[in-house]
Design a protein around this ligand. Structure first.
Ligand code: AHR
Length: 498
């Protein structure tokens, strides 16, 4: 069967919010210490932040960064991380059983983000803390002079409010591993009250309530319904988290992770809309997909009380990625773009060292993992409006997800008429795709491609360079066959951007 793809400027999903290209920095492993921050490193700036990492972050095209967790936030006292560094005390983080030195806290992070032109997105602790600490942190960040917490910020050297707009009401509160884990009613009530107080401090902020930690949670669906039944009127977005991996050599299912993500998004949207319908509400709750990536969960480390407490930025969940992982990341981006109307915010989890597109050695180099390339390319090219791509593709059958599309695609059109097309071939054979660009007078002018070649996983920059060399390349764009028709040939297990 033929694979055809029809593009028309009037077939639209919605405007792309630039925050779709977000990432995440948690106080976990080497994300902060020897990741973004390493005083004494040859490239460190005056504030102790690595400029080689900042340069790669810019090249990655990250627009927004979530901070400080993640599981970490659920036990964190933000007050311990502000004020004179010499007076700050190390803190035992129970989520990762690591000693947090508190050298980087709210001010250091927000000022780093500001210097790098990144929008910050903050999370409050609704595990061990509650309404008061959450409202105080909003005041510390966004308050004008003349009240206690805003004055504390000013005393700490920062006069202007930071104006942090986007706030997560805790993290993965449905997960039994979460410090201060709660059932849906308890969390929903707390989130609504904390959110109410936070908006009383600063009515201009937007709030993200915790959805399920994954679609596989036993409480998935009922969690969303109960939590939103308490918080619908006060929150703006509901969070989604999903990590994908190749299980037991089932490559076909892994390559179809984008379909699993698509189903997850549709189900969360349906759950949120059902609550809205019951309330006869005209408000639409949108989604913040604030943790997504490939993650080989053998390296998971949560709640391992038997393991010793670690110090000095331990190496935790530093996955080494392959071309196959990068093809899947590209396909997940296709799914996110196809839901641009419902997903204004998404965060590739995480940014540096921890399941990350950027890796570093302490005192040494910083480099790109294979997953860096599809993200950076999509962040660079996907602008304006996401088009509703009409795709006719044969199916392929997978053990985990049943029948899924063999080819997936997303397209964007910016105000200057520049089109970007992202296509995945999930199958083991090449596929010819007929692109019908009705009403679009376009030439294909550039192409970049990721192939899922198997490359031995050897850690370090040499591995990343070898994968890039073998799997990632610029390709010749196809010539237009007729006025509104172009044929593209997709290699097996590939992700391509034109
Ligand atoms: O991103 C790593 C961890 O994954 C986060 O801390 C947590 O929210 C999720 O389980």
């Amino acid at each position: 069967p033929r694979t055809t793809l029809t593009l028309h400027p009037e077939f639209r999903v919605g405007e792309i919010d630039r925050r779709l290209f977000g990432s995440f920095v948690e106080h976990l492993g080497r994300a902060v210490y020897t990741g973004i921050y390493e005083p004494g490193h040859a490239t460190a700036d005056d504030h102790g932040f690595r400029s080689d990492v900042a340069d790669l972050t810019r090249e990655l095209g990250v627009t927004i960064v979530r901070y400080p967790g993640g599981n970490f936030v659920s036990g964190y006292r933000w007050e311990d991380g502000v004020g004179p560094v010499s007076e700050r005390k190390p803190y035992l983080d129970l989520a990762w059983r690591t000693v947090e030195p508190n050298l980087v806290g709210t001010d250091e992070f927000l000022q780093w983000a500001e210097r790098e032109g990144i929008t910050p997105m903050m999370a409050v602790n609704l595990g061990t803390r509650g309404v008061e600490a959450a409202a105080a942190l909003v005041e510390y960040c966004n308050g004008e002079a003349g009240t206690r917490w805003a004055d504390m910020r000013i005393a700490n050297g920062r006069t202007e409010p930071y104006g942090v707009h986007l706030w997560c009401l805790g993290n993965e509160m449905d997960g039994p591993w979460q410090i201060g884990h709660k059932d849906a009613d308890a969390y929903g009530r707390l989130a609504a009250e904390a959110g109410k107080a936070m908006k009383l401090v600063d009515p201009s902020i937007s709030l993200i309530v915790c959805g399920s930690s994954s679609m596989e949670m036993d409480t998935f669906g009922s969690w969303e319904r109960t939590v939103l039944s308490h918080s619908y009127d006060i929150v703006d977005h509901i969070s989604m988290h999903a990590y994908y991996e190749e299980l037991e050599g089932d490559r076909a299912s892994f390559l179809a992770s984008g379909t699993a993500m698509d189903r997850f998004i549709r189900r969360v949207a349906a759950s949120a809309d059902a609550v809205g319908a019951e309330r006869r509400s005209d408000k639409t709750i949108t989604m913040s997909f604030d943790e997504w990536n490939v993650w080989y969960r053998v390296s998971r480390f949560v709640g391992e009380a038997a393991l010793p407490i670690q110090r000095d930025a331990p190496r935790i969940i530093e996955d080494v990625y392959s071309g196959l992982d990068a093809v899947v990341v590209g396909d997940l981006l296709v799914t996110l773009l196809n839901h641009a109307d419902r997903i204004p915010v998404a965060c590739l989890a995480q940014l540096v060292n921890v399941i990350a597109p950027i890796m570093t050695e302490p005192g040494g180099a910083a480099w790109r993992q294979p997953t860096f390339h599809p993200f950076a390319t999509a962040a660079r090219l996907a602008r304006g409006t996401a088009l509703d791509v009409r795709l006719e593709t044969p199916p392929t059958t997978t053990a985990q997800h049943g029948e899924v599309p063999l080819v997936t695609a997303a397209a964007t059109l910016d105000d200057d008429g520049a089109l970007a097309l992202f296509v995945t071939n999930r199958g083991a054979e090449p596929v010819e795709v007929d692109v019908d660009h009705l009403g679009l007078d376009i030439e294909f002018t550039g192409g970049w491609q990721m192939l899922a070649d198997a490359i031995p996983a050897v850690e370090g920059p040499a591995h990343a360079a070898a994968v890039t060399e073998a799997c990632w390349s610029e390709v010749t764009p196809p010539a237009r066959a007729a006025d509104t028709r172009t044929t593209i040939v997709l290699p097996p297990e590939s992700w391509t951007a034109f």
